[in-house]
Design a protein around this ligand. Structure first.
Ligand code: GLU
Length: 300
């Protein structure tokens, strides 16, 4: 059996907040209780969305929480050559094509899928004369994907009808998350992906790309996502407060409770060292609620 390699892959769009702490804690404990490595990758693919200093801030907060990673941190911003090589391979396989359609044109002719519009395939047979490419898309015809999620159970998605041909590269030279994550999980030898269930609908796209590129598929476990009373994911946009690096213990206890674990009631007044000792002995993935989202209250 291959040794376990897990990862935490935050986007540096703001400080670590409760929602991302849950993914960090779940992926860390699952890796460490299975004798594995836990890697950290900073997903700085889309410069306009980044907040300067956020990557360092996230890493400092992880250390303050008592979670240290194995090996060097990988930054997606440095990995353009590897993503280009993957695009090149997909082009050789004839599975990607340039697309000139504007958002407006797509909106006018497409039907809605589970994540926005299902691209109607207009440019599959070539760009209309005089039009320039705005993006590269992957052909999803006939792609029906199933996988067993270690928390959420059996999942199935028909990419062609539910998602459509999705974008891998934009004319403004931004690689899509779906492509980068597949290339990097393979390059880093990731065997198990534990992350928030907001990404569960992306998984079929990632498995599809792994198959096209001949890459091994990791096992997946999608943790419930923390949402506010309006059902919105706790993120910088919803102004979830950052984790206090000087006082991480209460946040860590809350993350364990959120993940269905049952730390002793005096844990919040002990120490991070005592918390990790307890958590490493008592973590059980089977206790994580089989839910896509759980509402939490404002103090997080
Ligand atoms: N960078 C993504 C995020 O912060 C996570 C990607 C992943 O875990 O696959 O939401």
């Amino acid at each position: 059996m291959k040794p376990y390699r897990g990862r935490f892959a935050p986007s540096p769009t703001g400080p670590l907040h409760f929602g991302s702490l849950v993914a960090a804690v779940g992926s860390y404990l699952e890796a460490k209780t299975r004798g594995g490595d836990w890697l950290v990758r900073i997903e700085d693919l889309d410069p306009p969305r980044e907040v300067p200093g956020a990557a360092d801030d996230i890493l400092r907060t992880l250390v303050a929480c008592g979670m240290t990673w194995d090996g060097a941190v990988v930054y997606q911003g440095t990995r353009g050559d590897a993503y280009h090589a993957a695009l090149h391979e997909l082009r050789q396989l004839n599975r990607i094509y340039p697309c000139a359609c504007s958002r407006r044109e797509i909106a006018d002719s497409a039907i809605s899928g589970i994540e926005g519009y299902v691209y109607p395939g207009t440019c599959r047979t070539g760009l209309p004369p005089g039009k320039v490419a705005r993006a590269l898309r992957v052909d999803t015809r006939g792609a029906a994907i199933e996988f067993d999620d270690a928390v959420q159970g059996r999942m199935a998605q028909n990419l062609e009808t539910e998602i459509g041909d999705f974008v891998l590269y934009r004319a403004d030279r931004v690689f899509a998350y779906q492509l980068a994550v597949v290339v990097d999980d393979a390059e880093q030898g990731i065997t198990h992906v534990v992350r928030g269930a907001d990404l569960i609908d992306s998984t079929a796209r990632q498995i599809y790309l792994q198959r096209l590129l001949g890459l091994p598929a990791p096992r997946y476990a999608h943790l419930p996502v923390a949402v506010n009373a309006d059902g919105e994911k706790l993120s910088k946009q919803t102004l979830a407060s950052p984790i206090d690096a000087d006082r991480p213990l209460p946040h860590l206890v809350q993350a364990l409770v959120f993940l269905g674990q049952q730390p002793p009631s005096d844990m919040a007044s002990s120490s991070t060292r005592a918390l990790w000792q307890w958590a490493l002995e008592n973590w059980r993935l089977e206790r994580v609620p089989k839910l896509l989202r759980i509402e939490v209250h404002k103090e997080h």
